[in-house]
Design a protein. Structure first.
Lengths: 552, 225
């Protein structure tokens, strides 16, 4: 805990809890628990619902893997370094990396656990889509999972074989689908056409084969007699007890093609675990699309959430099968080791709170995209969790937060210097540039000798979120004719929302300038990537032209 | 906390028109928390004033200071060595702070840079809602923790009135009826008998300048006098 009142640049030594909490007790959670304990950490495994009784067939787990998973289950159950909590709900998560306090509620008992890091390893759930085809589930109209179960049991499998069943699969008309689902369909098709007398029709929209070996599997099934009908829209299906009819119009032979399969297998979608959203809220991590737990941001490398020390693996973060989920587990173990190590760490402080100035308004706590801020009687920034973006510092109403490398005093000095540089007959432009994108683009533009305004001065900021509204006004006060705030593209901000905060502040500055009676031409916000030197040059030249004309 | 909002820039400019040295004084408590008058807003306002003055032939100059609370003399004393250099003070505190600043430095004109709006709660960063009118007679115990003085357009102690309209108030369909909210809350808690009880009218004669001396400190006050 950093309780210093004055700026300091010392390394901070942190003692961390070395127990790792794994949330989710399915095959991904089990694997995570097993691999973390192999690395010498104790594990707290918290199943969220009855996932120890998983229906493995819903995943792309080959039957040959089932023994391995059962063995994994036994291994984890007998592992003395893994504490398996009863089925429970995570209701509270406080603290920072290395020192999380988690509260689980199980039946009527409350369990409080300390953990250095948290791994979210929830499963995917299956959503049958028969209603979209107007089908009612019946013994001869089954979901993909149910059909997989039929094939998995020797008895029902034999029945299908003995009756030489013809099976129609419906894929990709009810939703876009994914290679994972395609793989499951093709695995079933492959097994089916391998049985004498059985045949398969696959009515499919887009065939998703972008995964290892899928294209081959698709062709192999075709070579073995599977008939694919690639259609733009779903065929017309009539379900009358035993009698099934599937019809589509063939545009080449200009005829309706009707077939009468014995069994129809309708598709399913894989959806995020229903506990994901409440977990996200409790853990203060950003939910992503479709209820999965990772935002679409290029900086969220596998398994990272927006909070340090909270990792999202496997189908907790995206639709993923067994092999990819287990690769996630390996990546997560590397990140846990990197973060927790042997439980002590020296880390340099990136931001400090002036405890005399802090009025504990909670603005920083609410704005920090990394969940790095907590409080006792004043705000506290976790050195481990802080990414040094400076959003908090620029939002603090008391200027009580300073980034070690970008203090307000240094920034003010830098702004003064930049605005004081005179270029003959050229407007003075101060460009605040995010070091992750625009600053690199600006440096590249210089290196490539692009034409740049003579009066251009760059000011490097750790993130556009560090550009305080009064930096913008100060630059104009100090004599700049134009101010640019150059941020990362949407979805590309390392701190998730630094670019958004910057944009909001620019809009606020526009309102203020309008009240003062200054035209908005002198201020511009734009987004760039680090390789966009050309666009950087265009943006700054455009501004020079615009305000240069005004000056004349 | 007390919530305030910045006055329009033109009004502030008009108030301090003609003064050549102005000290912008922030307050580090309520108005800092509601992002209106803390140290940052002081910097922002003085930057705006400087920008707006740039074009003038003899621009005014602006100083900045933020004290912990403008409603305490001890904190106001902290700027006593610098106020003499200024010919006007521009306070960003609530109405109480502004008046106390004016009382502490009676020889210097003090101007408000904010409008004090209400006693309210913090819903999110930069988002506040009124919850209390400081009426002096709290009835929240009877009303399920929902203030009819603040939330009812008529400040009725015994409601609702005939204007209650499908959960809304007659003044505006976006304005919930306070007494409908009170009814719902009390029903949920099984305390509907509260709503039958007649709540005696507030003594609105209390709406005059008031002084509170905590009982344990009456002697202290007497001895000081």
């Amino acid at each position: 805990m950093n309780t210093n009142t004055k700026l300091q640049t010392d390394m901070e030594k942190i003692d961390m809890a070395t127990d790792i909490a794994v949330i989710g007790g399915g095959y991904i959670g089990l694997k995570a628990a097993s691999r973390i304990s192999e690395s010498g950490y104790n594990v707290i495994l918290a199943p969220q619902h009855n996932d120890t009784d998983l229906n493995f067939s819903i995943l792309d787990v080959p039957l040959t893997e089932m023994d391995r998973i059962k063995a994994l289950e036994t291994e984890v159950a007998n592992n003395t370094n893994v504490e398996i909590l009863p089925m429970s709900t995570l209701v509270e998560a406080k603290g920072v990396p290395g020192d999380f306090t988690l509260k689980f509620v199980s039946a009527d008992t409350v369990l409080e656990k300390k953990a250095g890091a948290v791994v979210v390893a929830t499963d995917t759930a299956v959503n049958p889509l028969n209603h979209i085809y107007g089908l009612n589930p019946a013994p001869n109209v089954v979901s993909l999972s149910e059909f997989e179960n039929l094939l998995a049991s020797e008895e029902t499998k034999k029945e299908i074989q003995n009756n030489e069943k013809t099976v129609a699969f419906l894929v990709g008309f009810a939703h876009e689908g994914s290679p994972l689902l395609m793989k499951r369909v093709l695995n079933s098709v492959s097994e089916l056409v391998g049985m004498d007398g059985c045949s398969a029709y696959v009515y499919v929209n887009n065939i998703k084969v972008a995964d290892d070996g899928l294209e081959r599997l698709y062709k192999q099934c075709r070579d073995n007699g599977t008939i694919y009908f690639k259609l733009q829209k779903a065929p017309t299906i009539i379900q009358e007890n035993e009698n099934l009819s599937v019809t589509f119009h063939d545009p080449v032979i200009r005829n309706d093609i009707e077939l009468n399969p014995d069994i129809i297998v309708y598709e399913e979608s894989l959806i995020a675990d229903k506990t994901n959203l409440s977990l996200a809220e409790t853990l203060r991590i950003d939910p992503g699309p479709m209820g999965f737990l990772q935002k679409e941001n290029v900086h969220r490398l596998p398994v990272n959430s927006n909070r340090e020390g909270i990792f999202v693996v496997g189908s907790a973060r995206d639709v993923q099968g067994l092999s990819k989920s287990w690769i996630d587990v390996d990546n997560m173990v590397l990140r846990v080791k990197q973060l927790i190590g042997d439980g002590t760490k020296s880390i340099s402080t990136k931001a400090v709170v002036d405890r005399e100035k802090c009025t504990i308004c909670l603005t920083c706590y609410r704005c920090c995209p990394h969940g790095a801020i907590s409080w006792d009687d004043k705000a506290i920034i976790s050195s481990l969790a802080c990414q040094g973006c400076g959003i908090c510092a620029s939002e603090c109403p008391m200027e009580a937060i300073q980034l070690i490398d970008f203090t307000d005093a240094e920034m003010t000095e830098r702004i003064k210097e930049a605005a004081a540089v005179e270029a003959p007959n050229a407007p003075k432009i101060v460009a605040f540039c995010c070091q992750n994108s625009a600053y690199e683009a600006g440096m590249a533009a210089k290196a490539f000798n692009y034409e740049l305004p003579a009066g251009l001065q760059l000011i490097k900021v750790p993130c556009a979120g560090k550009v305080d509204i009064h930096y913008i006004l100060d630059a104009l006060v100090e004599g700049a004719d134009g101010v640019l705030v150059l941020a990362c593209h949407h979805g590309n901000c390392k701190s998730e929302s630094g670019n958004t905060y910057a944009q909001w502040r620019i809009n606020d500055a526009y309102r203020k300038l309008a009240q003062i009676g200054i035209e908005k031409d002198c201020l511009e916000f734009a987004t760039l990537a680090s390789n966009m030197a050309n666009d950087f040059a265009r943006i700054v030249i455009d501004m020079e032209k615009r305000i240069g004309q005004k000056k004349d | 906390m007390i919530v305030a909002e910045r006055k329009p820039f033109d009004e502030i400019k008009e108030l301090i028109h003609g003064y050549k040295k102005v000290l912008v004084v922030g307050c580090g408590t309520c108005v800092a928390v509601c992002l209106t008058g803390g140290e940052k807003e002081v910097s922002v306002l003085s930057a705006e004033l400087k920008l707006s003055n740039k074009t003038e032939s003899a621009p005014a100059t602006f100083g900045e200071a933020t004290v912990q609370r403008q409603c305490d003399f001890e904190f106001l004393d902290e700027i006593k060595d610098i106020v003499g250099e200024y010919d006007a003070l521009l306070s960003m505190a609530c109405g109480a702070g502004i008046q106390f600043l004016a009382e502490r430095y009676p020889e210097i004109p003090v101007f408000p840079a904010v409008n004090t709006t209400f006693i309210g709660v913090n819903k999110d960063v930069g988002w506040y809602e009124e919850r209390c009118k400081a009426c002096g007679t709290c009835v929240l115990g009877m009303t399920g923790g929902i203030c009819p003085v603040t939330m009812c357009a008529k400040s009725l102690f015994n409601g609702p009135c005939g204007g209650t309209n499908h959960e809304s108030c007659e003044i505006n369909s976006d304005q919930p009826c306070a007494w409908h909210m009170i009814y719902t809350r009390l029903a949920k808690q099984g305390r509907l008998d509260n709503i039958i009880k007649i709540c005696p009218a507030n003594d609105w004669r209390n709406q005059k300048p008031q002084t509170l001396v905590q009982p344990g400190y009456e002697e202290r006050k007497a001895s000081a006098e």
